[in-house]
Design a protein around this ligand. Sequence first.
Ligand code: ARE
Ligand code: CA
Length: 585
Amino acid sequence: MNRAAIEHRPDPAFAFPVAPDRLRVRLRAARGDLVSCHVVYGDRYDPEGPEEVVAMEKVATGARHDYYEAHLHVPRRRVRYAFYLHDGREGLWYGERGLAADRAQAGAFHCPYICPGDAFTVPDWAADAVVYQIFPDRFANGDPSNDPAGVEAWTADARPTATSVYGGDLEGIRQKLPYLAELGVNTLYLTPIFASPSNHKYDTTDYFRIDPHFGDLDTLRALVRDAHARGMRVILDAVFNHCGYGFFAFQDVVKHGQASPYADWFRIYEFPVRTRPQPTYETFARGVWTMPKLMTHHPAVRDYLLQVAAYWTREADIDGWRLDVANEVDHAFWRAFRQVVKGIKPDALIIGEIWHDAAPWLSGDQFDGVMHYPFRDAVVSFFATRQIDAAAFDAQLADWRMRYPEPALLASWNLLGSHDTERFLTLCGGRVERMRLAVLFQLTYLGAPMIYYGDEVGMEGGPDPDCRRPMVWDEARQNRELLGWYRQLIRLRRNCVALRRGAVRTWWVDPLVGGYGFLRLADEEVVGVALNNGPRPVAVTLDAGAFGDAPRLVDALSGEVFAVAAGRVTVALPPWQGRVLVRSA
Ligand code: ARE
Ligand code: CA
């Protein structure tokens, strides 16, 4: 047995309650090493009492590891558990004292008590969300009277610079709600809307005021009200890592230096405050002088920003927050933030912007989920730039699935791109068939799909600022076929609980042809997705056992029917196409 690879820890990635009497446990082993894995458990205060033995299921295989899972039923909430592992040659016990042939020597792991207050609960609607990201200056101009000076022409050929403005606003978003409803999205995420001198508004001047070029409290209320009336939710961007140069507290420090009561809201290296040649204060990223970093651990700063969060949650009735640069703000701040926001609106959604491993924020006391950039990395590399094959793609997805507790996976936003990245179609070199397949994957995989405005009509764009072109509304310049594809897939997802909430199991991996398939398993239904990410037609014979005794499966997208024989189904896949297979009567 590869002993060094065996891992379990009683922490949220490996053991998390899914109900007050149900604990999900995971175990990691070297890939291909174990032939069986059991967990034995009982009441921790009753060492001689009855025990349960459960065979763990191998649920995922990553690049180097296999992952096993089981559910422990613990009505008394206190549980001790140990694993019994076998690799075909030897059997070993595994507990908190390590691996041993002797059970007592290995010891046990303990879940001292499943406190109901510790359960990782995300809003129920989070798993049903189809998110649409809007960069307000670029989506729609509903009120030319509030346009900033110097707006550029809103054309399909527009190429923004870092300082371009186009006049988009909240009223424009409100007017486009019918378009969004027809697309089928149900959650709008707006990048920052508070007063700021830039087009992106990540350098806040006034946290209590909507930027006048976007509207005011009433326009926001009207947008939220009309969105709610259509069953859509609205998420705002919380930029609390840093403020803008014009923020009153920073201006006070600029003016009064060390004597300012706000001096320790920031990290000033040297007084007086200067912006050049290098800022004499800590900023966002490297020397972005327009964005002084806030000391969120300082009680006065924390209280101020928590008031901001409370104000908008209450006054505008918004449905949650996306947190900018979330991984550079202290954990205690985010714990307090969660209390405040959920205290006002218990089903508000909290999504951190984290490009890397976000496990330290995803144990239930801080965020519900994250913008899932590692998902994007995998999808870009497999479908767009084709730098990895199906086996590597599957392994990456598996490893990420096993890093976070499941509620966080359900709530996280699976994106193909954002206002910070090149557009997906551009990364595909404009080859729409690649994008179509990636979107099919995105809309059928675990986690809430996030669509960056304009992707659905085939917009292209390189890195920031080119990825922020004004939305193409001219139908003659839209890719209407792609739009239809998005609509169809969103509808399918919204009508299919397995696609939104079902467990994922790898179904088919064929690096030679670019074939990839996975199952989505819910109690009510089973869906099988098979993708041909390659230039040649493929016919593949797959195990149909998960579909029970179904005599045939039907592709929910095309209506094509495939017969099941002896528990197997042969599926024809044209180049760059996929099937979403369900039971057919
Ligand atoms: C401007 C220019 C850029 C230039 C940048 C750096 O437009 O071309 O590269 O300055 O000086 C906002 C604006 C940006 C603006 C920036 C600074 O939207 O247009 O860029 O302010 O003025 C990291 C962070 C992540 C952050 C990205 C941008 O971890 O939190 O960098 N994203 C948020 C927002 C941005 C926003 C800010 C933060 C600042 O979503 O829109 O920028 O409020 C790797 C790293 C990541 C890194 C990522 C992107 O993967 O591992 O950590 O993210 O690249 O750089
Ligand atoms: Ca306007």
